[in-house]
Design a protein around this ligand. Sequence first.
Ligand code: DGL
Length: 356
Amino acid sequence: MKMRHGVKNWVAGLLLSALSAVALAQAAKPHVVVLATGGTIAGAGASAANSATYSAAKVPVDKLLAGLPELSNVAQVSGEQVFQIASESFTNDNLLTLARRVSALSKQGDVDGIVITHGTDTLEETAYFLNLVVHTDKPIVVVGSMRPGTALSADGALNLYDAVSVAASKDAMGKGVLVTMNDEIQSGRDVSKTINIKTEAFKSQWGPLGMVVEGRNYWFRNPAKRHTNASEFNIDEIQSLPKVDIVYAYGNMNTTAIEAYGQAGVKALIHAGTGNGSVAAQAVPALKALRAQGVQVIRAARVPDGFVLRNAEQPDDQYDWVVAHDLRPQKARILAMVALTKARDSKDLQRIFWEY
Ligand code: DGL
């Protein structure tokens, strides 16, 4: 009897030490916090055949994480539901709230990396905003999906697994805010959604920074522009964002929108011009009038790639206008809002567009 009792204790002891070894190993893994905001990655469709018809922002973060037990292979993961919205509805207040939470978490010693799950429609704007204002070297990875988790060949699970893998990686530190979609690691500054119904939707004209395959990162380049700890902008010092809007140019252009934004009190207007940021002759006086009222005029281009040359299509020096460099209009708006919390004049604003 005593012998059997002894064996039982020995086995129990073995089990306990095995369990504590597993628990210790898990506790030794990096701690990644997943901040959920909604989008398709939290979407649900009526049937598996619905890869494009579904409701976004339905699945809560706890369910998202519970549906991906493989995450425990790469990190200790905890989740927070910051919002539950489709990202086309993101506001400046959402950006500020999210950035403040990311900044606070990045300061915690028990947080090694942060993932933000997000709708893909404005994911590129949020990623760039965080890249400009969150001061940390810890990996921050924004991730979404093009198909809901209920669809055949859904992409969200692997995108999320990749995002947590990158956020748990020391080699992802100091690279600015990152975006993992479709096996690629993109710079939050450079990446844009370029296709609206394919999983290979996110591209940068300068190429991805690397790839993540089976939880391992393969890096091929580093960001060239200022970001995170090297930024002069800090979310902890930003209370609000100025009004900056975008006007889209096309043949037979008129000045209705330009004048309306002027009356609405914009602090800067992004002009998404044709070609290399061209401005129709009939629109120049309206933009010059805005500039005379103290509104910053920023020439971007509706053409997605390349970059707007200063003093090429327009005499920017003479008009005191700014060029958006390689930033697409929606990214130029994000940088203009952040820049105007500090920029003293158009010369300083142009410097910021060269550097960020
Ligand atoms: N409503 C869109 C959004 O939340 C869905 C697109 C997506 O998340 O892929 O951005």
